[in-house]
Design a protein around this ligand. Sequence first.
Ligand code: PEP
Ligand code: MG
Length: 754
Amino acid sequence: MPAPSVAIRGQRSLLRQIREALAGGGPAQARLDMVASIIARSMVAEVCSLYMRRAGGEMELFATEGLDRSAVHVTRMKPGEGLIGEIMKVGRPLNLADAPEHPAFSYRPETGEDPYHAFLGVPLLRGGRAIGVLVVQNRTERVYSDDEVEDLQIVAMVLAEMVAGGELITEDELKGVELAPHKPERLIGTKFSEGLAYGVAVLHEPPPAPSQLLSEDAAAEEARLDVAIAALQAQIDTMLEGQHGLVEASYEVLDTYRMFAHDGGWNRSLVDAVRNGLTAEAAVERVRSEHRARLGQARDPYLRERLHDLEDLNDRLLRHLSGDGHVARELPENAVLIARNLGPADLLEYDRTRLRGLLLEEGSAASHAAIVARALDIPCVGRLDDLRNRVSEGDPVVVDGETGEAYLRPRPDIIKSVEQRMEIRAQRKAEFAKLRDTPAFTRDGTKITLLMNAGLEVDLDILVEAGAEGIGLFRTEFQFMVAEEMPRFNAQTALYERVMDAANGMPVTFRTLDLGGDKVLPYMEAEREDNPALGWRAIRMGLDRPALLRLQLRALIAAAKGRPLRIMFPLVATVDEFRAARDLVDHEVAWAQRRGRQAPSRLEVGAMIEAPSVLLHLDALLPMTDFVSVGTNDLMQYLFAADRGNPRMSDRYDPLSPPALRALDMIQKACAETGTPVSVCGEMAGRPLEAFTLVALGFSRLSMPPAGVGPVKQMVLSCDREAARRGVSPLLKSSAGSVRNEIETLARKIYLAI
Ligand code: PEP
Ligand code: MG
């Protein structure tokens, strides 16, 4: 058995010295200062300081060696201020050769830190939350080595445990130091998935940091490690068999994990670290930091994504070592998951029947977690600043996916009002469910076809439940967005086939890849564009990269297996684009036939009306198409020149306004004249008042998010279309900026009063 390495022996002696200093008794501050000086000496640093978080988030200097001691308990940084605030925010070390050069640096003259340049700060993490920051500084400009970073992290890990155990700081001093926040808080974020939830916080966090770093018995540690690795490998293999019913792409994600889990190099590094004297847990952390250092610098986005896989695997392995191999622990009855962000495989593991909501610190409406949350109908709010520092496991929390807010430890009046709102939602849901099999006819006898928008396999489960008559928009890019690798031909074909099977003869309109803009793929090198929404996206990308588009068309034709097929192209801005895209479809059908494959029994090719340019060329475009669908999300964005993803723009322009209604009216009339079937598939089709207006304008096919079908059907059943038309028509000529109030009054007369 080899002897422990020099670094490990150094660690062992450092930790022993700290423990001895603490055991020596004496005034609390003196003991704390001594710990700072021991760390400084051992790290060959001129400064070592400890900052702790006070309630309210201020960071207070608690002890120092090297800085002016009169600043202790005097220097306080506001939440998020300076380098200390930065470390608290990201929860990771900050290693700088010249700290004053950093944009976040905040100068505090009372500390006398002027001469120091090199700076290394690491967070004190407790239960996944930063409770303090440990810093070392040196005069000379230099970057600390990976080993030094790791050493300081290990010391910080131990200090965090000591603080929590009351060993390091006295009760008195701890007053106001926030080990766990307890006051009610309201955080404002962005809504990613509609709905309301009230439940208890479950932290989707890395497992607790290893409490023991240096092993007593290397052979026993190696045996523990072997058992855990075998359990991890078996778990990943089982997940691959189980599949948990998400998109096919997730299979490829897991397959990549399997490759890593069985990777000999990774296993060997772990065993080496254990043989050097580390506990199995500490070995995982050590190998993890090596990977971080190596892959974190990679410019290639694919490699950086692999780091994410490895992080995930390391966490899983730590959980196996602690005796529980699941990322998703057993959830309480009404769990609200709290995370920085979630990968596609993470959500697979949680018990959906117990998961009530999701709160994320990061993410975007187009991120994996948000897409899957919407598909599963789980309320989700994201972009909640500093979330994980403000909530503890088991805290009561509210997810308000209607307003984009989160309430942490809410007051009783908030809980009561949320519960009432949830009750109303549940009642309305039950009412809509009763209408499920009722066809949507207006009172004066016009059939309105209600379809749903979908994009993931999980959406299919609710197709029948939602009471939709088909899928009016299948967003094929979602499969690409939740995958970590480009879905191949077989994966695409398999998904499309399952969609058609689930629709069971009902129509499905597949929209070809609508990528670009804010829909970027981690595995595809994307050029930065100044105006992504106006950039290289959707059909433009498809026509420039015909191989990708043709592969998708081929998959759609193969999946149809002789059934009818409807294909739609996004963001058509000129007739030439549509013509070229249609040629590609014809080409692919001919290709399939030449190979003796079945062609679709009926093929319909349509265009989305989203760009204002085609509004003025409908007479040319419509005769080329078999159908069109109005993508009002994009159409409104381009009509009003207002970014649809920017919250500052979101309520600024009203689709219930004369210019928007005139555009819609133009489309409807042009389609009626040419006999072109038309639907509306933007979000507005799923909101009753907007849907009422569309019906008044003469649209009779609406495709919407599944949750909209019930409320819109209720509207249709009580609506007199002719009366609606008579009421809405004159509003198109209005000189007002918005006619929402007028339409609301009208709608109330026509249907809400019934
Ligand atoms: C739209 O733009 O209205 C639309 C339905 O497409 P997406 O929201 O996917 O861009
Ligand atoms: Mg669109």
